[in-house]
Ligand binder design. Structure first.
Ligand SMILES: [Mn+2]
Length: 328
């Protein structure tokens, strides 16, 4: 089983701050299939650096799905092109490992700076600012910007708030700490409106999301005396609902909210015979370890992996390991 590193990267933090202050050309990226923490963090750090007179390119590997396009300044993000230029550093935000980075044709401009909060982060960077106690990468970016002494504009405050709000499930998951609430307090004091952010980024949705949810709820099954709850979304359901992948965000909270469920699973079809499993644990820490048995990773209570094969077989294999995990 994979061994996790407890990281104290305060040492690198000083070097990273020095780099941000002195270097001039940055490329800022996050993980594949990005979320509001990843994109919010990219936009916040990118805008802060460009406001300080630096050349900064924010990049993803494809157009932003769902409400991610409504984060402030999202229109500035480039898709799969770093312009062919050279950069003084790549800032990788919210990525747990090198292969998770949504990078342009695999091109990394060194030094590679790893800023993240995943339990399974393997310190892939040349410089690492990794704090698994942090609620979100947004919270880390906020800490970094303040430490470096860069001014914070309204859009940046808004994007950092969106990142923290989203990764804490609107300040209710177990990663809702004094530090994350402190950050939220400071951001609200800067003028951020929590309800506006929630309706724009977190909770506001299209009808297609509810069409998809209707089908998803019908698919929920319980296993192992009701201790495991599973929702399955097939490509056909996405098509029928007219919904994209990101619109199923947090659907796993439905099986998760059922009393007695210890592990909730959302299975989403990502290809003809490919499926993404998103795991959430209610009582037991260590679902990242369970996910790592299948080549994935994540946090103590939220993790994911992808498998190829027929759904019946891979779900069966997963349930066997999940039952052993719960009984172990
Ligand atoms: Mn995150």
């Amino acid at each position: 089983m994979k061994k996790y590193t407890t990281v104290n990267s305060e040492k690198d933090l000083g070097v990273i701050i020095d780099l941000l202050q002195k270097a001039n050309r940055f490329i800022v990226v996050t993980h594949k299939d990005p979320d509001a923490d990843g994109i919010g963090s990219v936009l916040a750090l990118g805008k802060t650096l460009s406001d300080s007179g630096k050349t900064t390119v924010c990049m993803t590997d494809g157009p932003l799905q769902g409400s991610l396009g409504l984060l402030r300044g999202a229109g500035e993000i480039r898709f799969n092109s770093d312009g062919g230029s050279t950069y003084d550093a790549t800032l990788a935000l919210d990525c747990s490992s090198l292969d998770r980075i949504a990078c342009c044709e695999g091109r990394i401009h060194r030094p590679l700076v790893n800023i993240d909060h995943h339990d399974t982060n393997d310190l892939f960077g040349d410089l690492n600012f990794v704090d698994k106690e942090s609620s979100s990468t947004g919270e880390l970016v906020f800490r970094l910007i303040k430490r470096a002494g860069f001014p914070i504009c309204y859009d940046t405050a808004d994007n950092i708030f969106a990142a923290i709000q989203s990764d804490t499930g609107s300040f209710k998951y177990t990663n809702t700490t004094p530090a994350s609430l402190q950050a939220a307090m400071e951001l609200i004091a800067m003028g951020v409106k929590p309800w506006d952010v929630a309706m724009r980024v977190m909770d506001g949705c299209q009808q297609s999301r509810l069409e998809l949810l209707r089908m998803g709820l019908g698919s929920i099954r319980f296993y192992h005396q009701g201790r495991i709850g599973v929702m399955v979304l097939t490509s056909k359901m996405f098509q029928e609902a007219g919904a994209d992948f990101r619109e199923s965000e947090r659907f796993v909270d439905y099986p998760r909210s059922v009393r007695g469920v210890e592990i909730a699973v959302l299975v989403r079809q990502t290809g003809e015979d490919a499926f993404k499993f998103s795991l959430r644990s209610n009582s037991t820490d260590g679902v990242a370890e369970l996910a790592s048995l299948f080549g994935g990773g994540g946090h103590a209570r939220a993790a994911a992996f992808e498998l190829k094969g027929s759904l019946d077989i891979i779900l069966g294999n997963f349930l066997k390991e999940a039952e052993r995990f719960l009984d172990g």
